[in-house]
Design a protein around this ligand. Structure first.
Ligand code: FE2
Length: 187
């Protein structure tokens, strides 16, 4: 497949190229961030679990930490597609995001704890608001603010999720706006 000058894409499967076309069509409608995230999640859902969505290389994990593969970054910064690979027990920091995000669990199962920042003006802490288990096939869309969470693989097998962001992740390095090192409700 020939790439246009507006795209930067790692070696991808034909299914992923088609998915990126569908996502671009949605993003280019210029809708509000939360609605864009929801609609992109709808585009993502039918592809989750398909064996021809990711390449072998995009499924590789890292024994030291969860691994991010940048699958596609649109040159104009309007969207990126990332595959995250989690080995059992691996988790993110507590963080929020630089843009809207749509996520879908491609393989395995992800656990997520959501937090709310509570401050009395002098001190701040993170209060857990929700624990969610996202099985294979689950999609989720959100937009800042109020998007503080930590994601982990609490299962026994590898978990892989697809994340679509409204930003250029190849340039920023990740979708994380801020890592929170505050006292937090732990599991
Ligand atoms: Fe996140």
């Amino acid at each position: 497949m020939t790439l246009s000058a507006t795209e930067r894409t790692a070696v991808c499967t034909d299914r992923m190229y088609r998915l990126v076309d569908e996502i671009r069509e949605t993003v280019d409608r210029g809708l509000p961030p939360d609605l864009t995230a929801y609609l992109v999640g709808e585009r993502l859902a039918p592809h989750l679990g398909a064996p021809d969505l990711l390449t072998e290389a995009q499924l590789e994990g890292d024994p030291d930490r969860y691994r991010q593969h940048v699958v596609h970054a649109e040159r104009d910064g309007s969207l990126s597609v990332v595959a995250l690979v989690w080995l059992p027990g691996q988790h993110t920091s507590i963080h929020d995001h630089i843009s809207w995000c749509a996520t879908g669990v491609h393989l395995g199962e992800e656990s997520e704890r959501r937090f709310r920042l509570v401050s009395d003006g002098r001190t701040a802490r993170l209060v857990a608001t929700e624990d969610v288990v996202n099985p294979q096939g689950t999609v989720c869309g959100f937009a800042p603010p109020g998007d503080i969470h930590r994601v982990s693989n609490s299962g026994t097998g590898t978990a892989v999720s697809i994340h679509v962001y409204g930003a250029d992740i190849a340039r920023f390095g990740s979708s994380i706006r801020r890592v929170y090192r505050l006292p937090a409700d732990e599991r």
